[in-house]
Every structure is written in structure tokens, then in C-alpha cells.
Write a protein that binds this ligand. Sequence first.
Ligand code: HEM
Length: 131
Amino acid sequence: MSVYTGFVLFLFVTLALLGGVVSTGLAAKRRMHIPLVVCAVASLGVTIYFAEKLGEVYDLESAGWITPVHLTIAKITTLAYLLPIATGIATLRRPGARPLHRRVAFLVLGLTVLAAVTGTWMLLASDRLSG
Ligand code: HEM
């Protein structure tokens, strides 16, 4: 499997799994929600692995200002995944934490979309390295 195919494949698998995470969360299907979170986070890890490999094939500096912007958003988003995990565990212990869990879950999903959009923009604006 090429690096490009791996990246696109895992990006879509991650997005589909996140869709499942949101729908099972909203429907309060905990037995499905938590395993889906584990799969989505693992799939996100594989997507990041392929994204980094893809970055080696492109001269990311050549894309200009979008590169540091994307890399900053990507790091913040990765760290931000700790928020729904922490508030999700809190919701298991105390149902009153559910509204906070919902807010941080949608914040992290918004950041994920922003990271995907700026990452795609960065690659499209970069020169491909030859050889
Ligand atoms: C990427 C991570 C996650 C996302 C995007 C997410 C998303 C959501 C959403 C949208 C809801 C519905 C909230 C509402 O309608 O008020 C929800 C509910 C819930 N989530 Fe998560 N969640 C994540 C991680 C976790 C984790 C790691 C746990 C626990 C270990 C967890 C446990 C729960 C529980 C217990 C509920 C309430 C279900 C109920 O009312 O029975 N979530 N989640």
C-alpha cells in the first residue's frame, strides 16, 4: 500500500469511526460508544503516522505560512483529544458531567476538521520532492 493510499484510507476510516462515536454518544449507547472511541483514536494514530510519512515526500517549507499554522493546529488537536477522554471517564462516574463532555467532544471534532482542511491545503501548496 502506498503512503498516499494509506493516508486517504485511514483518514476516511477515522472520520467514519468518529461519526459512530458521536451517534452512539448522542444515543447513550455506552457499550458501543467506548469501543468506538478506542478504535477512532487508534485509527487517528495510524492516519498521523501516514501523514508524517507523506510529509517526507513533500517540501513542506515551500507551502509558506500554512505549514506552521497546520502543524500548530495538528499538535493542539492531538493534545485536545485528552479532553473528551477525561470528561468521558468523568461522565461514567458522574452523569452531571455529560453536558461538559458534549461541549469538549464537539470542540475536538471541530479542531479535527480544521486540522484536516489545513493539512490538505498545506500538501496541495507544497512542492513534491523528486527521487
Ligand atoms: C473522541 C472522543 C469522544 C467523543 C467525540 C465523544 C462524544 C460524545 C457525545 C457527542 C456524547 C453525547 C453527549 C450529550 O448528548 O450530552 C457522548 C456521551 C457519552 N460519552 Fe463520549 N465521546 C468521546 C469519548 C468518550 C470516552 C473516552 C468515554 C469514556 C471512557 C466516553 C463516555 C461517554 C458517556 C458515559 C456518555 C453518556 C452516555 C449516556 O448518557 O449514557 N466518551 N460522547
